[in-house]
Write a protein that binds this ligand. Sequence first.
Ligand SMILES: Cc1ncc(COP(=O)(O)O)c(C=O)c1O
Length: 435
Amino acid sequence: MTETVVPSVPVAQPTREPGRLWHTFCDMNTVRKGPEFTVARAEGVWLWDEAGDRYLDGTASLWYCNVGHGRPEIAEAVHRQMLTLDAYTVYGDFANAPAVRLSERLAAHAPVSDPRVILTCGGGESIDTAAKLARRYHAVSGAPDKVHLISRTGGYHGLNGFGTSVIGMERFRTGFGPLVEDVSVVPHDSAAALEAEILRVGPGRVAAFFAEPVIGAGGVYAPPQGYFAEVSRICQRYGVLFIVDSVICGFARLGDWFGIERFGARPDMIVFAKGVSSGYLPLGGVVVSGRVAEPFWYQDDHPFLHGTTYAGHPTACAAAMANLDILEREDLFTVSLEVERQLDGALRSLADHPLVSQVRSGTGVMAAVELTEEALAERGITTAEVFAEARMRGVILRAVPTALLISPPLIITWEQIDHLVSTLAGALDAVAARH
Ligand SMILES: Cc1ncc(COP(=O)(O)O)c(C=O)c1O
């Protein structure tokens, strides 16, 4: 998730005045007036600022640090790889051993038929890769009019060109002039709405449908029962490629490799990033089904002329391999299901808080605590204020316009979950008392 909300109240741990770093996703005119929150070091679920104060990382940074911070074996793998082959392109016929091994490993676990793996440097880049590949696939398969891309309300797909165009949150699309054309958004919880939209646009014009298994940045919304099975059938019926965006949900956050397995669907492509390397180095990619790969792999004159300089970066791939070793060795796939239950149980205690209208949790190690309309609209309370209050009390959460989001590292203990939730409760009480 990438919704950085600037706190509207000063935090108690100013570390230094802003310098020349232009922070991402924020109003620098606000940030420059206050102290920067400088993270100095991290270990496990904990962060320390430059003053030495400790915070619980309730969001695994931006939903990515699944194995927790400060894992020596990832650092050692990176060090070893740097001394062997630091970096080299995978353009043309160039390959490197870590990129080949990582692709094999991901393909072995992906719920995709006969998979191939394209590597990138992150989620948004992977979304653009998948969108271009979908359009190109139809073009080389004799259906050049199939260009329309459909996504869901609340769906977040990064902020590159195609991602900004298909995002399901209007506020991220405006102000940039014309975006990619031939896109539309359907309600996130209705397979019938997807079918109606395909019929409205015309099945001969629709290239692909994008969906996160559980919507993350858009506010943590799990799919209705049977949704993805129905969506898969609809996509198949109309020759629409089904592209799952597992950037948040993959790598054990939902208890499996790609976050879609528990819903029983087999997509045409899966976009991944974040947890594949737990963010130790930037890495993402797209798992592509053999059917979609076929014209590019087995027919002449269909090169896929797309890629980026650092795709298949051997050191990033080595970090990912060490990260996946930890996920498997510590069986974080099973552990996360228990963490999911514990977090869900603990958060239930907030459902009755007077500022809270809804707690959404229980599908994956991710949750949203939604504030009431009365608190937001009438009392003038902001989620940014709750965020700032919680951070002042030593817990990092993520604020989106109407909710606080929670997505800790998967190694979080029961005591730490309890600390996170009781700190959030205290922050809500303090904010309520101020208004
Ligand atoms: C579901 C989803 N897709 C794509 C992205 C974009 O990834 P990146 O920020 O690495 O470009 C994100 C980022 O939060 C995401 O949550």
